[in-house]
Write a protein that binds this ligand. Structure first.
Ligand code: THU
Length: 138
């Protein structure tokens, strides 16, 4: 799908880095921030939030996606940037890829090992994916 939204890679990565400082990570010590831009050009951020019941941790990307839906009701992610304060690049986990897929994410932006922006089409990180369209087939 084409989009009229301009993606500023540096700006989106900076927003992801900023929110990573809010991460609640007493168990892993691995702060992550995500910033997504939607079809209206609004940026929504999220960080990872862990729990003493380890399995209840939420990743930064899913935190950002659920915030976008709850705050604005948007359904279309143009791009998401992800920053891990302890690792570059910090790729989204499998569960987050599937959740981003639900909202038609177009591109994923991470920092390479030299902290330069690296942008991939979403199809490259989750090829042949399952999505809402499959449920519409007879
Ligand atoms: N984490 C994320 O927030 N996003 C990812 O895509 C990968 C992993 C978090 C989960 C956990 O709080 C910490 O990083 C270590 O796995």
């Amino acid at each position: 799908m084409t989009s009229a939204i301009t993606i500023n890679h540096e700006e989106l990565l900076a927003a992801a880095r900023d929110v990573a400082h809010h991460a609640y990570v007493p168990y892993s010590g691995f702060p992550v921030g995500a910033a997504l831009i939607d079809s209206e050009g609004t940026i929504t951020t999220g960080c990872n939030v862990e729990n003493a019941a380890y399995g209840e941790a939420i990743c930064a990307e899913r935190n950002a996606v659920t915030s976008m839906v709850a705050r604005f009701g948007y359904r279309q992610i143009v791009a998401v940037a992800i920053v891990g304060l302890k690792a570059a690049p910090c790729w989204p986990c499998g569960a987050c890829r599937q959740v981003l897929r639900e909202f038609n994410c177009g591109a994923v932006i991470v920092e390479d090992s030299e902290h330069q922006p690296l942008s991939l089409d979403f199809e490259e990180i989750l090829p042949n994916s399952f999505g809402p369209d499959a449920l519409e087939q007879e």
